[in-house]
Design a protein around this ligand. Structure first.
Ligand code: PLP
Length: 426
């Protein structure tokens, strides 16, 4: 599907029925697959022949949907995970082990920050967090000889900072490590990191991709553009035999899909964070309209942001699509079709003001969610980011009064009317 437009890929990539097969992607709700002989099965286990044998490793429904996301991002292979958290974890575990180090943007989702700074630290992998708006020299100085990856969010949740993709790509290339981008907020409809030189893209598909709040999920896309063989000292596990998998050498056996194959063969086999095929089916329904929804999210968000910008009770507002925003020019350059539907802002009264205002909303629901067809709102400092210290909050771009407002695809007029009445009460 590589020559088709994004809209066509959203609708048709992935599952392609053969003659007489169902037009709609089937849900292969089966953990296992039958073969006529043990010998055939043995070849599958050796990865000598392609084929399904156990759903923890691969499942047709999951694979069709991963292929669609792969096509949208322009990668060489992709795999679904049970959550965005699992995608973040695997994307790092695939290149780093105890004793290694990762450079990471400080402006990331609170759950990712905790995963990296607490849980993965306990596993012996150390992270250095850098301000994504730092200069090239500061970014450069964060690297160490044992650094194995550079990680960042294309548009950060919830601080809405747009990454300087060129600076991050250059730093990763200079230090011979892959650049891993969490592209959840813009989705490939608005930004495709691989086209700019990133090497791996991950998603929380729970957000816009599903879009209807039905299924937690994640995805990892291998860009196929990192030469593991030219860094054999840093990444020996790609170019030397994997004794845990019959001595397979990933770069030899799988070429430019070595990163993907290693996740599948090692991490899925051993840790098993797969989605249910039924969830993959629901995700696919979301993906079929992703291009339409993103357009509506972005235009609604701009209308709402313009309204909030002019409201006397709104102290500050951030939305990268809003002219005058700190990231507006970068958004125009790298995301000319739009950014995302999320806005952050503060109202009179600080933290208490934020909570009181949110309680007054009717159409917009207070939920632990973002990037949904329905408008929703959250106070990160007391929820998703509550485990962060004040200093960590500041580094992540989250002020105590920050309201994260995720504009849905309802009528912008109705969303604004809801904001109007809620603001009038504070
Ligand atoms: N990455 C980003 C940018 C997110 O916003 C989230 C969740 O909000 C995650 C990763 C984690 O995804 P999940 O909740 O699907 O595990």
């Amino acid at each position: 599907m590589s020559n088709y437009d994004l809209a066509t890929k959203c609708v048709q990539s992935g599952y392609k029925p053969a003659n007489g097969e169902p037009r709609v992607m089937p849900i292969v709700q089966s953990t296992t697959y039958k073969y006529d002989s043990s010998e055939t099965m043995a070849k599958l286990f050796d990865l000598a022949e392609p084929g399904y044998f156990y759903t923890r490793l691969a499942n047709p429904t999951n694979d069709y949907v991963a292929q669609k996301i792969c096509d949208l991002e322009g990668g060489v292979a992709a795999i679904l995970t049970s959550s965005g958290q699992a995608a973040s974890l695997y994307s790092i575990l695939n290149v780093a082990e105890a004793g290694d180090h990762i450079v990471c943007s400080a402006a990331i989702y609170g759950g990712t920050f905790n995963l990296f700074s607490v849980t993965m630290k306990r596993m012996g992998i150390e992270f250095t967090f850098v301000d994504p708006d730092c200069d090239a020299k500061t970014l450069d100085q964060a690297f160490r000889p044992n650094t194995k990856a550079l990680f960042g969010e294309s548009i950060s949740n919830p601080s809405l900072q747009i990454i300087d993709i060129n600076m991050f790509v250059k730093a990763a290339q200079k230090h011979g490590v892959p650049l891993i981008i969490d592209n959840t907020f813009p989705t490939p409809i608005n930004f495709r990191p691989l086209e700019h030189g990133a090497n791996v893209v991950i998603h929380s598909t729970t957000k816009y991709m599903d879009g209807h709040a039905t299924s937690v999920g994640g995805c990892i896309v291998d860009g196929g553009n990192f030469d593991w063989n030219s860094h054999p000292d840093k990444f020996p596990s790609f170019s030397t035999p994997d004794e845990s998998y019959h001595g397979v050498i990933y770069t030899e056996a799988f070429g430019n899909a070595a990163y993907f194959a290693k996740i599948l063969a090692q991490l899925m086999r051993d840790l098993g964070a797969i989605p249910s095929p039924h969830n993959a089916f629901l995700l696919n329904l979301g993906l079929e309209t992703l291009h339409l929804r993103m357009k509506q999210h972005c235009s609604n968000a701009l209308e709402v942001a313009e309204y909030l910008q002019n409201h006397p009770k709104v102290k500050w507002i951030k939305h990268p699509g809003l002219p005058g925003d700190q990231y507006y020019e970068r958004a125009r350059e790298f995301m000319p079709e739009g950014t995302c539907g999320v806005i952050s802002f503060g109202v009179e009264g600080g933290r208490e003001g934020a909570q009181g205002f949110m309680d007054n909303l009717n159409l917009a629901a207070v939920v632990t969610h973002v990037a949904d067809a329905r408008t929703c709102v959250l106070h990160p400092a007391s929820t998703t980011h509550r485990q962060l210290s004040d200093q960590q909050l500041a580094e992540a771009g989250v002020s105590p009064d920050l309201i994260r407002f995720s504009v849905g695809i309802e009528s912008a007029k109705d969303i604004i009317a809801d904001l109007e009445q809620a603001l009038a009460q504070i």
